[in-house]
Design a protein around this ligand. Structure first.
Ligand SMILES: *[C@@H]1O[C@H](CO)[C@@H](O)[C@H](O)[C@H]1NC(C)=O
Ligand SMILES: *[C@@H]1O[C@H](CO)[C@@H](O)[C@H](O)[C@H]1NC(C)=O
Length: 419
């Protein structure tokens, strides 16, 4: 491995290491902003709504669609932008997740990383074109060329920034960015989520974070920033020096970020987001530090944080040699659904748990999207499951259920205390 031996010959204190760090960060920067700056982004699918399409084409299509653009303002629910990312073999899980979190108000960008083949990516794109509501509302986009990823490291942050840049370009004036992996799943319907966030000030960021000066950052080289196929991260023996110009913060890599903060990180009008991208460009777990550290060190955004990501980790399944008792399954389900959280991950292969969430929480019909108040007719409170969601309903209306009220009360308690 030429690269790892090259890396290992560098002591972290040598100028070589400093140079390598700078080079890598320059690459992170260009990588993260390329789709924002270049007219030709790596998106092959989805005209006329693709980011490559003439802006007027998308606008014209939206105008022709009349009332299909979500109304915004006081009294209306917010709009979420979802960046959903998966790897090789994740096409089905990504489509299932998309159906579970679909709502005509929102925007969706689906990304299969470079580990997935062209065939799988084409299948995902063709699925996104086959669902009537996605076409009608034009709010599902598929990345035409996957980013190389290891799942950790700075390439994970770069991919989110890049996805965010695209979502900013495709517009629709969204309020919050939600990043989900293929193994994640919602614990509430979108109606419930939109309801719970309706009264939340749109500038708040839901990001759990704590000061972290303990972690020793091993110097790594994330080749995924440099190449087009997935690569494993190489480790060096050195450690990153502690910065003294800013304090490090760590938290879940799955925050819900306000549009203003996302724009701040993508466009980087001041130096902090860039400086921190450089700092984290050769550290592992950059995704657990980057947004947290930018936020907590920024004058402008420090006060707009809620120290919670409204998300849970799925409790680990019982060990395989143990008989998976019905009680245990029940308590795992209760822990998730009773928590009041909006999302959970990672589900692994727990089909029984997912199916129960589909049936009892989302009431999602087999192979259909989660119904909501936006469905015209046929989605009454009773017997939702057997009806397809038909188009033409009011996309500005939401109908909350018990899960929505639990989430709203969690959020009110978080926001009320000023967290
Ligand atoms: C966020 O909450 C955690 C515990 O829930 C706490 O340890 C941490 O200090 C809090 N972060 C900040 C910045 O207050
Ligand atoms: C943030 O909050 C602190 C204390 O709550 C306050 O002193 C400071 O002025 C606030 N900063 C901004 C930019 O609002």
């Amino acid at each position: 491995m030429a690269h790892s031996s090259w890396l290992l010959t560098c002591s972290p204190w040598s100028t070589f290491a400093a140079l390598a760090a700078l080079m890598t960060s320059a690459l992170v920067l260009s990588y993260a902003s390329s789709s924002f700056l270049n007219q030709r982004a790596a998106y092959d699918y989805d005209d006329p709504y693709g980011p490559d399409a003439e802006p007027s084409a998308a606008a014209a299509a939206a105008a022709a669609a009349g009332a299909l653009v979500p109304r915004k303002g006081p009294g209306y629910p917010p709009v979420f932008a979802y960046y959903i990312t998966g790897g090789r073999g994740d096409c089905l899980r990504v489509t299932r997740l998309l159906k579970a979190v679909y709502h005509p108000r929102n925007r969706y960008l689906l990304h299969l990383d470079a580990g997935a083949g062209a065939y799988e990516r084409a299948r995902l794109a063709s699925y996104a074109r086959s669902e009537q509501s996605f076409l009608e509302y034009g709010n599902v986009h598929v990345v035409g060329k996957g980013d190389a990823l290891d799942g950790r490291g700075p390439s994970a942050v770069a991919a989110v920034l890049r996805g965010a840049a695209v979502l900013l370009r495709v517009g629709a004036d969204w309020d919050w960015l939600v990043t989900l992996g293929a193994a994640d799943y919602p614990l509430v319907t979108q109606d419930d989520l939109l309801y719970a966030f309706s009264s939340v000030p749109r500038d708040l960021n839901f990001i759990d974070h704590r000061a972290d000066s303990e972690t020793h950052h091993v110097v790594v080289l994330d080749q995924n920033l440099l190449q087009s196929t997935n690569a494993e991260i190489s480790f060096s023996s050195g450690h990153r020096e502690k910065p003294d110009a800013f304090e490090l913060f760590r938290g879940s890599p799955w925050p819900i970020l306000s549009r203003a903060f996302v724009e701040h990180c993508v466009a980087a009008p001041d130096n902090l987001p860039r400086t921190l991208l450089m700092y984290f460009s050769n550290t592992l777990d950059a995704a657990e530090f980057y947004f947290q550290t930018v936020m907590a060190n920024s004058q402008r955004f420090r006060n707009s944080t809620v120290n919670h990501s409204v998300r849970l980790d799925v409790p680990p399944p019982p060990p395989p040699q143990q008989q998976p008792g019905a009680d245990q399954q029940q308590s795992r389900y209760d822990a998730l659904v009773g928590s009041g959280a909006a999302f959970a991950g990672r589900f692994g292969d727990d089909e029984a748990l997912l199916q129960r969430i589909d049936e009892e929480v989302l009431r999602r019909p087999l192979d259909g999207v989660t119904p909501g108040a936006w469905c015209a007719g046929g989605s009454g409170e009773e017997g939702v499951a057997e009806s397809e969601c038909s188009l033409g309903g009011d996309i500005d209306a939401v109908r909350q259920g018990a899960a929505g009220r639990r989430l709203a009360s969690l959020i009110n308690s978080l926001v009320g205390t000023g967290a």
